[in-house]
Design a protein around this ligand. Sequence first.
Ligand SMILES: *[C@@H]1O[C@H](CO)[C@@H](O)[C@H](O)[C@H]1NC(C)=O
Length: 364
Amino acid sequence: MNFQWLPLLCWWLQAVKGNLFQEQLGTFSEIFHSLPGQFWNSECESKELTDISKQNANTLEAWSFFIHEIEGWYCSVQECCESGDCRLTNNITGLEHDLSKKLHGQHLAKEVVVKAVKGFSATKSPEKALALSFHGWSGTGKNFVAKIIADNLYRDGLRSECVHFYIAPFHFPHANMVDIYKGQLQQFILTAVQQCKQSLFIFDEAEKLHPGLIDAIKPYIDHYDHVDGVDFRKSMFIFLSNVGGNSINSLTLEFWRAGQNREEITMDDLEHQIQREVATSRGGFARSGLVTENLIDFFIPFLPLEYKHVKLCVRDALRSRGIKYDLDILDEVAKGLLYVPKEEKLFAAKGCKSVSQRVNFFLP
Ligand SMILES: *[C@@H]1O[C@H](CO)[C@@H](O)[C@H](O)[C@H]1NC(C)=O
């Protein structure tokens, strides 16, 4: 047998072993169980990737075809895309860790997101796709949490081929083109889930989605086994909107005025209020069957952020740029923001939104 191709396969397998399919490695090594022991022990160590360049181009081509075939076959039996680029990590520990360390002032969002995603990813065959709806004013962390979810469930985070991000007014700007968008979106979702069962669809500014578009998405979130021959029940939909923000803000203010800790606010205090505000608000999201037929699994509130939370955002922004800071700088940046209501000046009007740009003033 000719072992010339081994370095390439070694390299590929090691890449695979190191990065993708971490969860499924058991299955994966079984496939190659029959390969000789020396394959792992000596050949992989001694041969460098550079050896490949010395090889005959035809051999390389033949083997890359072979690898492509294996990859395709492997992907057809496992949770990953045809391209092999869709790498699920489903790291719930990482999700919990990131939400605890990087998200500030959102005890409810943290708790409910972990609970929902953990439960969903642990269920072998869920009844329906997971649908989460994030509510709150801008800058409170809705996008940030969506990113954290993507980062921990997919190796390539938001760049993963399994993750699809829409900004309603940007991707679907013209109301008179709704029928075209509808067809495109449905086709897109169908193809995406065909290629990657655990796809994640994020809709930002969901309150601006046309009702027709939400109805187009609805069948994929409903309790059907299959839609057009495709099983959607492993995919996830996240809607981000500012609907409900008013209820959330006034309740948080009430707690503060009553001298209560904001961490004492419970889902019971807020979930129904949000649902009510969603149901009575204008726009497609509110009127769609998605909400009225209870297809949203969790309505997740994002509370308005206080001065102390903004300071933590400033600290994180400085740290992530590797800048040494003292506490005065945190105050200085945090003081530069606008706080509401007028009397109390309690909540940052734009949350942590402009913090990362403001920090740039302090770059050496
Ligand atoms: C999951 O995330 C944690 C925390 O970020 C990290 O330490 C760990 O290595 C990750 N696990 C995997 C399998 O990627």
